[in-house]
Design a protein around this ligand. Structure first.
Ligand SMILES: C[S@@+](CC[C@H](N)C(=O)[O-])C[C@H]1O[C@@H](n2cnc3c(N)ncnc32)[C@H](O)[C@@H]1O
Length: 270
């Protein structure tokens, strides 16, 4: 790709923000340029100006750009030790509490994360799907509509389920591939298209917010804003789980307690 001047990039970002409400400026510069380069190469244009013109006349290109930004790598029980910490420190006490539970999986990709959370609650409830369905609601949000379609389909290839404990795979999935998730489990999860950079929490307050491997794509001011917004959206005593390589900073740092450093698990003081 020919090196494009920065002023062309700024004009492109302004156009996308004005016409589609998507704040591309919140993404890290390097990440954004790489994603734009992928789309520009695919569309056969060489400058940001040409790409802006293309976005203006071909609305479907905007969807391609969103998909390129999505980077929706994920799997069931990604970092199994994190799920073990969640089970012990969050899910078991929440289930024992005996009252309704609300969870938000922010940047949920194709559903492996919110469904893994649902499986933790099912196990805590001795596999009684109807008990969990009545008491646990998991809001699964993502910017990418294609990923949410995959979530609703709830059918997964082998690599998506290979970190699942075998007993859970057997109990909650049809034999595969593709491995089809039991619809009673899927029923605990509600898919919502949602842009973290410009929309408020869908239905606060939450007992648990899981936002893993999403904020790494955003610049520092947006990360700080999101951490603060997540803290606002938690019930007192509620938990926030970030990705393994993500660290809390900004005002939220003094508002949350670090509960489990290795797993990036934080808690709003009760
Ligand atoms: C790497 S995946 C993380 C999936 C899952 N949380 C995990 O850790 O396995 C990142 C997800 O963030 C989503 N994403 C990127 N920008 C977003 C935005 N502005 N609002 C909501 N989701 C966004 C992408 O579509 C993608 O599905």
């Amino acid at each position: 790709m020919t090196a494009a001047p920065d002023d062309g990039l700024q004009a492109l970002l302004t156009q996308v923000e004005r016409s589609r409400g998507l704040s591309l400026r919140s993404y890290k510069d390097k990440c954004l340029r790489r994603r734009l380069a992928v789309r520009m190469r695919a569309a056969g244009v060489h400058t940001y100006g040409e790409y802006a013109a293309l976005l203006g006349r071909a609305p479907e290109e905007f969807e391609h750009l969103v998909t390129a930004l999505a980077i929706n790598v994920t799997k069931f029980f990604r970092n199994p030790e994190t799920y073990e910490a969640l089970r012990r420190l969050v899910v078991a006490p929440l289930w024992q509490r005996g009252t309704p539970v609300k969870v938000w999986s922010a940047g949920c990709a194709s559903g492996e994360e919110p469904y893994s959370l649902a499986l933790l609650f099912l196990e805590a409830a001795d596999h009684r799907a109807s008990a969990v369905r009545g008491r646990v609601r998991i809001d699964a949000t993502d910017l990418d509509p294609g990923a949410l379609d995959d979530l609703r389909r709830a059918e997964y290839p082998l690599p998506a389920v290979e970190d699942l404990p075998p007993a859970l795979l057997e109990r909650y999935f049809s034999p595969g591939p593709p491995y089809r998730l039991d619809p009673h489990v899927a029923a605990c999860v509600r898919a919502i298209r949602h842009d973290l950079t410009r929309e408020a929490a869908p239905d606060p307050p939450y007992d648990l917010i899981v936002c893993r491997n999403v904020v790494i794509y955003f610049d520092r001011p947006m990360q700080e804003r999101l951490f603060d917004a997540f803290t606002d959206a938690l019930v007192p005593g509620g938990h926030l789980l970030l990705g393994k390589v993500e660290t809390l900073f900004g005002p939220a740092r003094s508002r949350l307690l670090l509960e489990e450093a290795r797993e990036r698990l934080y808690r709003r003081p009760p």
